[in-house]
Structures are given as structure tokens and as C-alpha cells.
Write a protein that binds this ligand. Structure first.
Ligand code: ATP
Ligand code: MG
Length: 164
């Protein structure tokens, strides 16, 4: 059964800082260099916190899990006119370009030998995509560089009210 989403008005900047705080110890354990750029002001979105937490943390956990010591992870929130863009990128081993679309399909993993020790099921990104889409958002894996992974999630912002 699909869980019913409970959409609430949430400051996405604060929400993101809370997720990140949770994973800083894991990053430090692997000597990962992290860089965050999140606006100081509040930016409101309507999200189901529990599922969106899962969607975003799946990506962060992957970046920590599949990459080695000294990897750089950047998490950037860019406010646009009607949307926000959340960029989560690393400079690790990356995902082959030809898998950029299907990596979001259930059970798709890069190769079994690479993952035999870490033992994921290949469901994380499929779950992330389905949650983002339930929020009318979009997720893409961008390959504009040779190294690493760059995920971009686009979500709608709360509509500005008219003050006339
Ligand atoms: P699960 O998340 O269900 O435990 P999983 O991590 O294998 O399993 P996904 O999160 O969907 O599944 O990721 C799919 C595959 O994409 C991973 O197995 C891994 O090969 C690759 N991958 C995902 N994120 C990264 C990343 N940041 N760097 C390198 N490879 C990645
Ligand atoms: Mg995963």
C-alpha cells in the first residue's frame, strides 16, 4: 500500500540543514570534504517531510557509500523564480553516462563487483524519483563533467501572494 503523503508548508532551507547535520558524522568518518550553500532566508515548499527526507538522504548516503576517502560532496540550494533547485554532487567514481536515465529504475546498479561488498538493492534512486514526482518535482542525473555524480532535484516553491 502506498503511504498517504502529508504535505505541509516547510522551510526547505532549514529542512536541508537538518538532513545534512545528520550525515556530517558519516562524512567525517570517511574524510569527505563537504561544502554547503544554502540560503539564510526561509524558502517555503509544500512537502511530506518523512518521504522527502528519505528521497534526499538516499542520494547523500550513496555519495558517501560508493566513494572513497577524500571525496568532495557539495550540496547547493538555488532559489529560482517559481522553483528551487537542489544540487547534490560529488567528485567520486561516478555513474556511466549511458546509465543516466535508467539508474532511476528499480534494481539498476552500476556493476555487481563494485557493489558486492556494499550490498545495496538498487532501489534507493527509484524510491527517490517516485517521491520527488509525487511532489510534482523533477530529478535528473547530469553528466556535464567527467568525474562524479551530480543530481538536481527541482521542486515548486510556495506561490507568492498578491499584495495589491
Ligand atoms: P539501495 O539504495 O537500495 O540500498 P543501491 O544504493 O545499490 O541500493 P541506488 O541508490 O538506486 O541503489 O543506486 C543505484 C546504483 O547507482 C548504486 O548501486 C551505485 O552503483 C550507483 N551510484 C549511486 N549513487 C552513486 C554515487 N554518488 N557515486 C557512484 N555511484 C553511485
Ligand atoms: Mg542507494
Amino acid at each position: 500500500a502506498l503511504p498517504i503523503l502529508d504535505f505541509q508548508r516547510v522551510d526547505i532551507c532549514e529542512f536541508l540543514r537538518e538532513i545534512i547535520a545528520e550525515y556530517i558524522p558519516n562524512m567525517e568518518d570517511k574524510n569527505i570534504e563537504y561544502y554547503f550553500e544554502i540560503p539564510e532566508e526561509s524558502i517555503y515548499t509544500y512537502i511530506d517531510e518523512k518521504s522527502m527526507y528519505r528521497a534526499i538522504s538516499n542520494i547523500i548516503v550513496n555519495s558517501i557509500k560508493y566513494n572513497g576517502y577524500g571525496t568532495n560532496i557539495k550540496i547547493i540550494l538555488i532559489p529560482l523564480e517559481d522553483t528551487i533547485q537542489l544540487i547534490i554532487e560529488d567528485d567520486g567514481i561516478g555513474i556511466p553516462k549511458e546509465l543516466n536515465q535508467c539508474i532511476f529504475d528499480p534494481f539498476v546498479r552500476v556493476d555487481t563487483s563494485r557493489n558486492s561488498k556494499s550490498g545495496g538493492t538498487g532501489l534507493g534512486l527509484a524510491i527517490t524519483k517516485s517521491i520527488v514526482e509525487k511532489h510534482n518535482g523533477v530529478i535528473n542525473l547530469i553528466s556535464d563533467r567527467e568525474m562524479g555524480c551530480k543530481f538536481i532535484i527541482t521542486l515548486n516553491k510556495e506561490q507568492e501572494k498578491n499584495h495589491d
